[in-house]
Structures are given as structure tokens and as C-alpha cells.
Ligand binder design. Sequence first.
Ligand SMILES: NC(=O)C1=CN([C@@H]2O[C@H](COP(=O)(O)OP(=O)(O)OC[C@H]3O[C@@H](n4cnc5c(N)ncnc54)[C@H](OP(=O)(O)O)[C@@H]3O)[C@@H](O)[C@H]2O)C=CC1
Ligand SMILES: O=CC(=O)O
Length: 319
Amino acid sequence: MKPKVIVYKKVDPKILEFVQQTCEVVYFEELDSNTYPAFFQELVNADGILGSRLKVYADLLDKAPQLKIVSNMSVGYDNLDIAALTARGVMATNTPEVLNDTVADTIMGLILASARRIPELDQWVRAGQWKSELKEQWYGVDVHHKVLGIIGMGGVGTTVAKRAHCGFDMEILYHNRSRNMAAEEKYGATYCSMEELLKNSDFVCLLTPLTPETENLIGKREFGLMKKSAIFINASRGKTVDEEELIKALQTGEIAGAGLDVFVQEPINMDNPLLSMKNVVTLPHIGSATYETRFQMAMTAATNLVSGLKGDTPANLIK
Ligand SMILES: NC(=O)C1=CN([C@@H]2O[C@H](COP(=O)(O)OP(=O)(O)OC[C@H]3O[C@@H](n4cnc5c(N)ncnc54)[C@H](OP(=O)(O)O)[C@@H]3O)[C@@H](O)[C@H]2O)C=CC1
Ligand SMILES: O=CC(=O)O
């Protein structure tokens, strides 16, 4: 008998066909109040699940006694309680590497859009304000030859460093718990303390996973250490930053601007003060959202799922 899996995210039909070769598939394009009851019914005898962002904690695992593998279609896995999964012998996998280039492109987009005020000027042109020669008040700041500080120099961080160093002649500072020799050798990145990075960077880019150690990693003290001209970029997770302190730092001019792909509350509340700030560029958590990369992520997640259910060790097993 084929193992039963639940795919709870919209994926290309080719991904479903691939999984159906070895598994019986129950498919939900998305989970919402309409689909949750059926999802939980199916979960009772599911061997695997594939999707992203569903919180898989002990309470959900109690409802899934047969579960053998949780295949996350994202590189971040802060939605999974790895200790609870391990205690029950359930494998967990993610999708690293395949999204590095696309996410790095998004981050360069945020850096350029914030520094050169692209969304703000786009609105200005559309509003019919372009009536004479551009005045100094609309100038931006350069990106090239500036200092980029990357906190979390892993797969995505290194790919950002490549673009920034090779394409924009930027000087790269980085902070991790351990050294990344490849980034140092290939992109001239300099390892430094968090404090040194914050004091010396023109752009501070946060790219750590969300863990108990990184929750609110950047707060009042850290914004206080940044240059007043610094632009803060966050594409990790909303909760790695104390969002209240970010708002204050932007309101008081402690920092100059921000480019944000992630927020504490997603989708963002419309009364979030960040949405009314002209010096903030916002995106709806679209770091990896291109057709090509989402297909590759889905295929990686499907391959992990099938391989785990066949009794092999999945390529991206989270240890
Ligand atoms: N906005 C989006 O759409 C996307 C968001 N992401 C987010 O970005 C994160 C990073 O992705 P990726 O680069 O692939 O992951 P990696 O695991 O390759 O890199 C994470 C880096 O963070 C560092 N790190 C971890 N903990 C700490 C800490 N406490 N202090 C300082 N550095 C730390 C690690 O180094 P070390 O272990 O040496 O400390 C590592 O270099 C994901 O977990 C996800 O949350 C990723 C893709 C898309
Ligand atoms: O946020 C996206 C991810 O892949 O992690």
C-alpha cells in the first residue's frame, strides 16, 4: 500500500504527479478555516505532510500518530518544533540552497529601492508631481562602494555578499557565531563582532534563522549603535527584530530607512506605523517568490518527502 501524504500548499501539477508515483496524495491548495477540518481528519492517518508555515508543534503531532516526515517548503523552519518531532521519531526537512539567488536578488532590490527611494519616487511621478527639474530633496544615497554588514552569513547571506562585492564594489562586514571562510576568500568579507558591524555599516542586512537565540536580536541598543544614515534590511523573520524599537528608531531618526520583507504579524496589520513611513520599503514576504524558484523549492520538498518515506535519508534532513 502506498504511504499517504498531505500536500497543503498550491504546487505545480508536475510536483503532484511526481509524489503520486509513490504516494497517495491528499491535496489542499491552502489551509484556511474552510479546509482545516478536512486537513485534520486526513492527518490522523497521514505518513507525511508537505507545505510551509504550518506550525507543527506537539499538539498537532498528537493528532498525527502515523506521521513519519514533515517536509517544509522553505529554508526557514521556525514553524517546526524540532525537539517534539525528534522525540516522536518524525523526520523534518527544508529547502536550502535552491532559493539563494532569488532571495539575494530580492535583498539587492530592497537595498536599491530604499537607498534610491524608488517606490517613493514612483508614487511621486504617478501623482503628477514631476513638473520641473528634480530638486535635491529627492536625491537618494549611493549603494556602490558603501559598507554592507550581513548578520547571518549563510547560504543567502553569501549570495548577497557576492552580488554586493562583485557587482557593486561594496565592502562586506559580517557576523555569525562561526567564520565563513568561503565568503572571506571569495568576496573579501571581514568577520567582526556585532557591535563593530553595526557601528560601521551603511546597510545592515539581517539574515539569521529565527531561533530562541535570535528572537529580538536587533533592538533599541542595536539601532542606537547604527549610523544615523544606516538603512536596515530584514529578510529573515519579523521576530528577529524588536519591531516597536525599529519603528521608534525610524521615527526619531536613529536610522535613515528600512527595507523589509518580513514582519512580526504577517499579513501585516494596516495600522502598523511602518506602512505610513516614506523611508520604509515593504514587501509581502516574497524573498523566494518567482515561478522558477518556487518550482525548484517544491521539487526539493517533494524529493525529500518521497526519499524519507522510501526509508532513505532525505538530502535536506534537519538535524
Ligand atoms: N524572506 C524570505 O523569503 C526568506 C527568508 N529566509 C530566512 O533567512 C534565514 C537564513 O537562510 P539561509 O541563509 O538559507 O540559512 P543558513 O542556515 O545557510 O544561514 C544562516 C546563518 O545565520 C547564522 N546564525 C545562526 N544563528 C546565529 C546567531 N545566533 N547569531 C549570529 N548568526 C547566526 C549562521 O551562522 P552560525 O551558525 O555560524 O552562527 C548562518 O551563517 C532562514 O532561516 C529564513 O528565516 C530565507 C529565505 C527566504
Ligand atoms: O521565508 C522563506 C524561507 O524559505 O524560509
